[in-house]
Design a protein around this ligand. Structure first.
Ligand SMILES: [Zn+2]
Length: 345
């Protein structure tokens, strides 16, 4: 069979090069294909002259596939697909254009882009869930609406008050903000150590106002240090101390904790659990799965560069996006290595 197909290919090549006429190619190809049984059941019926597809598996599969596509499309259009119960947790930082900041530029999402992203999610069938709904989901497997999304904001920048009032509240969206309680200057001291500009954090009064606007206050530690680098008592101090700070500021005791820089280890997870939190978040790009570790919940970080297809891929396929990023990074590093070895210019 392979030999016949190969010789048909060589004849076709000869036709393209003008050495054999098209008619000869057709006659010869059909003859060879008949011999080779490449398409055993698709030849015209001798009496009727019509094609006889009665036993062609390929054709049957084609129509069966087309019928399945039509079936599932109609079901989807009618809203009958089973609801997804994998929540997506998005992690934003400042909702502000920080393109002039040498450190924070990638993290500052301009307000217009942020509002457009929320509207895109609403248009594409995502449902914003409240921190209460999320707590019930991880605590007692409570059901969630279709395509659930929880919004979170790290670091507790002062701009969040305006965002909650002008962008979230008009859309009826509740969210979760993780604040650092031990900054003496009331600014992002941990970023300034790396050369970032000074940005004001929410004051104690503003945190209360924010909670009244539907943004629950969680803890992002007292000092924003990487918890795996701390010893046991320091880890507990950051987890339990920040909860005590918030309670002392007339706020409800925090239920959720976000690890600074997204890093955690067994010791830090134990410290957060022992400090009485219900759950904690890292920065692994993935959906939250039922039965997963509630003290290492994934979140998808949204950056200023997440526009168009980047944003839609991140929220529709966060795991795939993370793998694509790793692959892209790996290829770029490899090309850099090759470039260093053999300069091209
Ligand atoms: Zn942070």
């Amino acid at each position: 069979m392979a030999a016949s197909c190969a010789s048909t290919r060589s004849l076709r090549k000869a036709c393209w090069s003008g050495r054999v006429s098209r008619g000869r190619l057709r006659a010869s190809s059909i003859g060879r294909l008949r011999e080779s049984r490449c398409f055993p059941n698709c030849w015209p019926d001798r009496q009727s002259g019509l094609p006889s597809f009665r036993s062609s598996r390929t054709i049957a599969r084609f129509f069966s596939g087309a019928r399945s596509v039509a079936y599932w499309s109609a079901l989807r259009a009618g809203g009958w697909l089973p609801a997804s119960d994998r929540p997506l947790v998005l992690c934003y930082h400042a909702i502000e254009d920080q393109s002039d900041d040498p450190v924070l530029a990638p993290y500052g999402v301009p307000p217009t882009l942020f509002a457009n992203q929320l509207d895109w999610l609403i248009r594409h069938g995502f449902s914003f869930v409240t921190p209460d709904q999320f707590a019930a989901y991880i605590g007692s497997n409570a059901p969630l609406p279709r395509r659930p999304v929880l919004l979170t904001f790290d670091d507790g920048y002062a701009d969040l008050i305006g965002v909650a009032r002008d962008v979230l509240r008009p859309r009826g969206i509740e969210a979760l903000a993780f604040v650092v309680t031990g900054s003496k200057s009331g600014t992002n001291e941990w970023d300034q150590a790396y050369g970032a500009k000074k940005i004001n954090l929410l004051s104690a009064e503003e945190r209360i106002d924010l909670a009244a606007l539907g943004v629950e206050i969680g803890s992002h530690s007292r000092t924003h240090r990487e918890m795996p680098l701390l010893d046991g008592p320091e880890q507990l101090e950051d987890a339990a101390g920040s909860a005590a700070d918030l309670a002392a500021q007339r706020l409800p005791r925090p239920r959720f904790f976000a690890y600074p820089f997204g890093f955690s280890d067994k010791g830090s997870k134990d410290a957060v659990r022992n400090a009485g939190y219900s759950a904690s978040f890292g920065c692994r790009s993935d959906w939250v799965e039922r039965g997963g570790d509630v003290f290492d919940l994934p979140r998808v970080i949204i950056l200023a560069s997440d526009r168009g297809w980047r944003f839609s891929t991140k929220v529709r396929a966060p795991r795939l996006f993370a793998n694509m990023t790793w692959l892209h990074q790996g290829i770029r590093n490899r090309l850099r290595q090759l470039g260093r070895r053999r300069p091209w210019h």
